[in-house]
Ligand binder design. Structure first.
Ligand code: ATP
Ligand code: MG
Length: 379
């Protein structure tokens, strides 16, 4: 089986790999790039596995004229920047000891060791320079069946790193067969060991949850998470039931993870998932808007088009009532208009009195669905 694609054929990828190969080392694109190329979906970034040690990778890359960033050199990863494109080059590793959060790794000369410490068979795929895929663990068959399967014993692998529970659901949402459901052994192990999620940092949880919720349809995976008792470990108080209706309603609106997160209605999602300040603010604003509802144009004016659309869709999914037929036009109208009255239109008023008057006029204007004109308001 062979893969191809611009990510593999482009000059930078070939040059980076050649820098290692010409010195006698292996250089194999691995993981997401090979998996996605086999699936025919876009490849985000190219990770490379090698038997060269990190210092050697660094030396050879510098000699070839690339910029080198020692991102995680103690874990074996060197980032090489070629033509502006970052490549993460990681030395083959094998696990020697784990504490459930970080693995203590030793470098290895064998690709098989490296494959055995990856999470899922579909992520343990490697490519040779001509695109030939090396598949030591049957990942291609699992990929064809759209089956996310742990490498080795699911329970053992989860105890090494509890984040793998979330990754199991994330990869299922993106690449799994939603009809066939999740791999039974994997699911059972996730349910049994869900308490271990407690040990994970909010950064790691947040990164995985954002990726999960950004899938085209995360609803079946999130429902399975809820059933397995995993969802409440991550987000206490979350309710997944409005998620499927939302995904149905948002057709064409694009898979925004923040909109999906609103629907889960968890307490303190912003803190638990370590959202950025801007993300937390948007989450609060349209959680509120989704709860109280209101005129689509007014929401567009208050929140901007994107968040207003999120709020309208979220509200419809929560209440089961379809939004008004013209909701998109109304949001666009609201996002484009400005409150027509300015302080200069109210001569004779100053300070608190002016503020009060402007506020009153604005509230009349909002009540009119942003339709009253300046003349109407000053009349
Ligand atoms: P994406 O398209 O989301 O980036 P990816 O497969 O590249 O998908 P990453 O999270 O970037 O996913 O991880 C890169 C590779 O590293 C994976 O394909 C997998 O082989 C391995 N990996 C990452 N995280 C873990 C983990 N917690 N346990 C085991 N292997 C992991
Ligand atoms: Mg990746």
């Amino acid at each position: 089986m062979k893969v191809s694609g611009q990510w593999l054929e482009r000059a930078e990828t070939q040059k980076v790999c050649s820098a290692l190969r010409d010195a006698g080392w292996q250089a194999l694109p691995v993981g997401g790039c090979v998996r996605n190329a086999l699936l025919g979906v876009p490849v985000a970034d190219v990770d490379i596995a090698t038997d060269a040690r990190p210092e050697t990778v660094s030396d050879l890359a510098k000699k070839a004229g690339f910029k080198v960033v020692p991102t995680g050199i103690e874990h074996g990863t060197v980032t090489v920047i070629a033509g502006g494109v970052p490549y993460e080059i990681t030395t083959f590793r094998r696990d020697v000891e784990t504490d459930g959060r970080r693995a203590v790794v030793a470098f290895s000369d064998r690709l098989e060791d490296d494959a055995a410490r990856r999470d899922f068979t579909m992520n343990a795929l490697y490519a040779l320079p001509d695109g030939t895929v090396i598949d030591p663990l049957g990942g291609i068959a699992d990929l064809k069946a759209r089956r996310v399967r742990f490498v080795g014993d699911a329970g053992t692998r989860i105890r090494e790193d509890y984040l793998r529970i979330l990754r199991f659901f994330r990869f299922h949402a993106w690449y799994g067969d939603s009809g066939a459901g999740l791999d039974a052994d994997g699911l059972a192990a996730c349910a049994e060991l869900s308490a271990g999620i407690e040990t994970l940092s909010s950064e790691r949880l947040g990164a995985e949850m954002r990726k999960l919720l950004a899938a085209a349809d995360p609803a079946p995976a999130v429902a399975a998470m809820a059933q397995a008792g995993v969802l409440r470990q991550v987000l206490p108080g979350a309710d997944h039931r409005a998620l499927a209706p939302l995904v149905h309603l948002e057709e064409g609106a694009g898979p925004r993870w923040l909109r999906r997160l609103v629907l889960l209605g968890a307490q303190d999602a912003a803190g638990l998932l370590r959202l950025s300040r801007a993300q937390a603010k948007a989450l609060a604003a349209f959680t509120n808007a989704a709860q109280v509802g209101g005129n689509a144009a007014v929401l567009g004016w208050q929140l901007g088009a994107e968040s207003a659309a999120d709020a309208v869709l979220a509200r419809a999914a929560m209440t089961g009532a379809a939004p008004a037929a013209d909701w998109q036009e109304e949001i666009a109208r609201g996002a484009a208009v400005r409150f027509p009255v300015k302080a200069a239109d109210l001569p004779g008023l100053q300070g608190a009195a002016l503020g009060k008057r402007l506020k009153a006029l604005q509230s009349r204007w909002l009540d009119s669905g942003l339709r009253l004109t300046k003349a109407d308001l000053l009349d």
